[in-house]
Design a protein around this ligand. Structure first.
Ligand SMILES: [Zn+2]
Length: 660
C-alpha cells in the first residue's frame, strides 16, 4: 500500500513568500486558505532552531517543464486524470453519508471482493485530490482545479450529512476504525486509507487554495482526535501495529493550518515507537517489516522534527534513509521483495522474485529524501533523488497507455506489468498518479530568506525546465537533453542584476564536472557528490554550461560479488530480451498474481570477465542511451537500453558474471 505528497500550511491574510517559507516544511505551494492562526504558526516556526529547514524546493507553480521525457510523462498522467470520473470515485462516500450516488463505483481495490479485506475503499479519491492538485500547480490548467473543487464540495456535503466529521467509503463505514480504537480485532488498514483522504484535502488546500478543503480537513482531524481521545498511550501504540500511512505527517500539516495543539499532539501520538525508538538509536530492525508501512511513518518523523525540534525524530529519519539507500536498495533506488525489507545479505535469493521494488516505496523514499535535503542540502540526497526519479519513477509509467507499475521486477527475463485504467486501483496506481504530476518538484531549491543560505539557488536535477524566481525577478531556463547527453545549460534573465550563489550538483556518478560561464571556463570539480558554487552578480544573458561526462559502470547487487547491473551515469540499463507484447497486453488487473503470469521460459545471457572490465566490452549502438555488449555476453551479446524506457518486452537488470 501507500501514500502521498508535500508539506504544509496557510493562512487568512495573504502571506508574503518570505513568511510562507517560514511555515512551509520544505517548500510547497502556499495559498491563502482558511481563516487561521498563520500568525501563530509563523511565530512558532520562526524559531531558528536546527530543525528549521535551511532550504526549500521552489513551488511547483514557479517551475514549468520543457520538452523531454518528464513532460511527456506528465501529459500522459494528465490524460488519465481526465479519464477518471469524480462521481465514480465518490460513489461510496455518498452511500455512507446516506446520499444517492451519482455514478457506479470503480472496480479493483475500490469495490471488488478480492480486495475488500484491505479496506482501501476510497483511497483513490484521496490520491486523486492530491494528483489533480499537483497537476493544477504544475500546469495551471483550470480543469484540474475545477475537478478538485467539485470533489471537495461533494465531500463537504457527505461530511455534513454524516454528522460525525468522518468521511469514508468503507463498506462498513466506521466499524473497523471503531474496532481498532476499542482494541478489538479489525479488518484491513482503515487509517492507511483515511490518510489518503486527509492528504488529498491538504493538497487541495495547499495547491488549489481551497478554503473548503481546509474546513473539511480540520473537521476530519477533529473527528480523529475525538474518536481516539479515550485511548491510553499503550492502546494507541498497539493500534499503530497496523499500517496507517503517514497519519503523523498529515496531522502535523493540519497543525500548521490550525495551530491547534490538539492536532500536533495527535500527530505525535501517531508516531509508532516500535519503529521510532530503534531507528533513532541507530539500530536497523527493518528485516521482515512491510516497507511501505514504514516509509511514510519516517516521513512523518522528519516533518515532526521540523515542527517540534525533537532530535529523536530526525535521528530516526536520517538513519533510516542511510540504511535503506545504502544497504537495502537495488540499482534503480527501489527496495524490498514482496513488499518487505529482507536481510541485507539475501539480495541474491530475492533477485528472482517478480515482486521486488514496490513502486509506492520509491515514491515515499523520494518524499523523505526531499525533506532531508531541505534540512541538509548535500549532494548525496540529490544523487539518490535523481537515481530513483529517473529509474524507478519515470520507468514506472507505460509510455503507451500511461498506466503504472506495482512491483518492478528484478526477476531475470520478466516484464513490466501495469495497472488497468478502471479495474485495478492499486496503492501504486494512487501514488502513481501523483508521481507524474510533480516532476517540477525538487529540481530547484533555494535558501530560506531568513536563513544562512538565503542567497543560494540549488540546481539539483538536470531536467529541461524554466524557473521563475519571483523575489529576484529572475528567470532561469534549463536547456538539456540529459540523460542523453551529460550536459546542461542554464540561461539567466533578470530584471536587474542579482547576486546569489548558484549551486550546481556535481553528481556522484561523474568523475569530474566542469562549468563555463558565458563561454569561459569557470570552475571544475573533482569531487563527485558535491555542489559546485558560483557566487556572482548574475544578469540577463548570462549562460552557464555544465559538462558531466557519463560513463558505464557495473554496480554489484548488494552482498554479492558476481552479479551486477550496468549503469550509465544515473541510468540503469537493462538487456532487451525480446518476446514483445503489444501495448495493452501487459496491463494487469490483480497485483497479487504478478509473477505467476508471463512465465514462459526466457534465455538470459550471462557476462564473462572481471566485473571492472565489462564496461570496456559494451559499445554505443547508435541510438541515444542504447548499447550493445561486444563479446561480453554468453552465449550471445545483448542490447542494453534504459530501464526507464523499457516496456512491452522481457528485460534483465542484473547479470550473472562468470569467471569473476
Ligand atoms: Zn503500492
Amino acid at each position: 500500500m501507500s501514500p502521498k505528497k508535500l508539506d504544509s500550511s496557510n493562512t487568512a491574510f495573504p502571506l508574503t513568500r518570505r513568511e510562507a517559507l517560514n511555515i512551509l516544511g520544505s517548500g510547497a505551494l502556499l495559498v491563502a486558505a482558511g481563516p487561521v492562526s498563520a500568525r501563530a504558526a509563523l511565530q512558532s516556526s520562526r524559531r531558528q532552531s536546527k530543525s528549521t529547514p535551511i532550504t526549500a524546493a521552489f513551488p511547483l507553480t514557479d517551475v514549468r517543464l520543457l520538452e523531454g521525457p518528464f513532460l511527456d510523462a506528465q501529459k500522459r498522467d494528465e490524460a488519465y486524470l481526465l479519464k477518471l470520473e469524480p462521481d465514480r470515485m465518490l460513489h461510496n462516500f455518498r452511500v455512507n453519508a446516506g446520499l444517492e450516488p451519482k455514478a457506479p463505483v470503480y472496480g479493483g481495490w475500490e469495490s471488488v471482493q478480492t480486495w475488500a479485506d484491505i479496506r482501501a475503499h476510497g483511497h483513490t479519491l484521496g490520491h486523486y485530490l492530491t494528483a489533480a492538485s499537483l497537476m493544477y500547480a504544475s500546469t495551471s490548467h483550470d480543469e484540474m482545479k475545477r475537478r478538485v473543487d467539485y470533489i471537495v464540495g461533494e465531500l463537504k456535503d457527505c461530511q455534513d450529512a454524516g454528522k460525525t466529521g468522518l468521511i469514508c467509503a468503507f463498506p462498513d463505514k466506521s466499524t473497523q476504525i471503531e474496532n481498532m480504537v476499542a482494541g478489538r480485532r479489525a479488518i484491513g488498514v482503515p487509517w492507511y486509507t483515511l490518510h489518503k483522504i486527509f492528504a488529498g484535502l491538504r493538497d487541495a488546500c495547499l495547491f488549489c487554495g481551497s478554503p473548503l478543503a481546509r474546513d473539511v480537513l480540520v473537521k476530519l482531524a477533529d473527528w480523529a482526535a475525538d474518536i481516539t481521545k479515550g485511548m491510553t498511550d499503550e492502546q494507541f501504540q498497539r493500534m499503530l501495529g497496523v499500517e496507517h500511512g503517514g497519519m503523523n505527517e498529515v496531522l502535523a500539516d493540519v497543525y500548521t493550518l490550525t495551530h491547534d495543539r490538539k492536532h500536533l499532539a495527535l500527530a505525535e501520538r501517531f508516531c509508532h515507537e516500535a519503529v521510532l525508538t530503534p531507528l533513532s538509536e541507530g539500530r536497523d530492525t527493518l528485516n521482515g517489516l512491510h516497507s511501505n508501512t514504514q516509509i511514510p511513518k519516517i516521513v512523518g518523523f522528519e516533518r515532526l522534527y521540523q515542527l517540534t525540534g525533537k532530535a529523536q525524530y530526525h535521528a530516526a529519519a536520517e538513519f533510516f534513509w542511510k540504511t535503506v539507500t545504502g544497504t537495502r536498495s537495488f540499482a534503480t533506488g527501489g527496495n524490498g521483495d514482496n513488499e518487505r525489507f529482507f536481510p541485507i545479505t539475501e539480495f541474491a535469493r530475492h533477485l528472482s522474485s517478480a515482486k521486488t521494488m514496490e513502486t509506492c516505496c520509491s515514491h515515499n523514499m523520494l518524499r523523505l529524501t526531499r525533506l532531508l535535503f531541505a534540512n541538509d542540502p548535500t549532494a548525496a540526497y540529490g544523487d539518490y533523488y535523481e537515481r530513483t526519479l529517473y529509474n524507478a519513477i519515470l520507468g514506472s509509467q507505460d509510455p503507451d497507455t500511461g498506466m503504472m507499475t506495482y512491483f518492478q521486477s528484478t526477476r531475470p527475463g520478466y516484464i513490466k506489468l501495469f495497472c488497468t485504467p478502471f479495474d485495478s486501483f492499486w496503492c501504486c496506481t494512487g501514488t502513481g498518479i501523483e508521481n507524474h504530476a510533480k516532476y517540477g518538484d525538487s529540481i530547484y531549491f533555494r535558501g530560506r530568506p531568513d536563513g544562512p543560505r538565503h542567497d543560494c539557488l540549488y540546481v539539483n536535477l538536470f531536467i529541461a525546465s524554466t524557473l521563475n524566481w519571483k523575489e529576484k525577478g529572475l528567470m532561469l531556463r534549463q536547456i538539456t537533453s540529459f540523460p542523453e547527453t551529460g550536459a546542461t545549460r542554464l540561461e539567466i534573465e533578470a530584471a536587474s542584476p542579482q547576486r546569489f550563489a548558484l549551486h550546481i550538483r556535481h553528481p556522484g556518478w561523474a568523475g569530474t564536472a566542469s562549468v563555463s560561464i558565458n563561454g569561459k571556463a569557470a570552475k571544475s570539480s573533482h569531487k563527485p557528490g558535491s555542489f559546485i558554487v558560483l557566487n556572482r552578480r548574475w544578469k540577463t544573458g548570462d549562460v552557464v554550461e555544465v559538462d558531466m561526462p557519463m560513463e558505464l559502470r557495473m554496480e554489484l547487487l548488494p552482498s554479492t560479488t558476481d552479479t551486477a547491473a550496468v549503469v550509465y551515469g544515473p541510468i540503469v540499463l537493462v538487456g532487451a530480451l525480446g518476446h514483445e507484447v503489444k501495448p495493452g497486453e501487459d496491463l494487469h488487473v490483480n497485483e497479487r498474481t504478478i509473477g505467476s503470469v508471463f512465465n514462459d521460459p526466457i534465455a538470459v545471457p550471462t557476462f564473462a570477465g572481471e566485473p571492472a572490465g565489462i564496461p570496456g566490452k559494451i559499445k554505443p549502438s547508435g541510438a541515444p542511451l542504447t548499447f550493445k555488449t561486444d563479446g561480453a555476453g554468453h552465449p550471445e551479446d545483448v542490447t542494453l537500453v534504459p530501464y526507464y524506457k523499457m516496456a512491452h518486452q522481457r528485460y534483465n537488470m542484473y547479470w550473472e558474471i562468470q569467471n569473476a
